[in-house]
Design a protein around this ligand. Structure first.
Ligand SMILES: C[S@@+](CC[C@H](N)C(=O)[O-])C[C@H]1O[C@@H](n2cnc3c(N)ncnc32)[C@H](O)[C@@H]1O
Length: 204
């Protein structure tokens, strides 16, 4: 792991103890609804990238073969605890999306919720997901991004260093642009909340 990745990984280790509490207002307002929307689209062999404390695990449909990864061992420990309590079968692995340890074309569906705000080299992480996704498969992402509205975008730029230092996440990531930079061409994007929270569907 390079030095920058290690710094961000440690920030998630640090925030793991309070992550669920910090995130609960967003969960109540909208995240739960968006998580359920993603779950409806999972098929076959599934990979969740950046599982975090396992907020999606309770919604995993039964009967699917699901692997989930995260580079923060402390976030992953919370996910393990949740999966155990819920009796959900999931193969949880410590792994960096920038360097996935899976062969090419392993998964039918890959999904992320609020992950690519913090992956240090987003383009590399997206390319890795493309590599391990089967052709004919699908990558589904729910991600918050930088607003294109002038004032709001500027506010996000100004506050970004503070949020990254505290939390490890960037509030001004241009994830849709990064998806194209990663080389994907068949992409569908829709707005879930203003132009800030997007559903991005990629057909590698
Ligand atoms: C904001 S949290 C979201 C967690 C979860 N997806 C959710 O919806 O609650 C971002 C997660 O992505 C993980 N993450 C960030 N960069 C990563 C990387 N390079 N490889 C694997 N996991 C990563 C972090 O450790 C963290 O658990």
């Amino acid at each position: 792991m390079d030095q920058h990745t290690e710094i961000i990984r440690r920030r998630y280790d640090r925030v793991s103890a309070i992550y669920d509490v910090l995130e609960s207002p967003m969960e109540l307002m909208a995240l739960k609804k968006w998580r359920l929307e993603v779950m409806k689209e999972l098929k076959g062999k599934v990979l969740e990238v950046g599982v975090g404390t396992g907020k999606n695990i309770e919604y995993y449909p039964d009967g699917l073969d699901i692997t989930a990864i995260d580079f923060s061992e402390k976030m992953l420990a919370k996910a393990r605890e949740k999966a155990g309590k819920l009796g959900k079968k999931v193969d949880l692995r410590h792994m960096d999306v920038q360097k996935l340890e899976f062969p090419d074309q392993t998964f039918d569906t890959i999904f992320t919720t609020c992950v690519f705000c913090s992956v240090p080299d987003s383009v590399k992480g997206l390319q890795e997901m493309g590599r391990v996704c089967k052709s004919g498969g699908k990558i589904i992402m729910i991600e918050h991004v930088r607003s294109e509205q002038a004032v709001l975008g500027l506010v996000m730029d100004v506050f970004n260093p503070l949020v990254v230092n505290l939390y490890g996440a960037n509030i001004n990531r241009r994830t849709v642009e990064n998806v194209y930079k990663a080389g994907f061409t068949k992409v569908e994007v829709s707005n879930l909340s203003r132009d800030i929270v997007k559903k991005i569907q990629i057909y590698p």
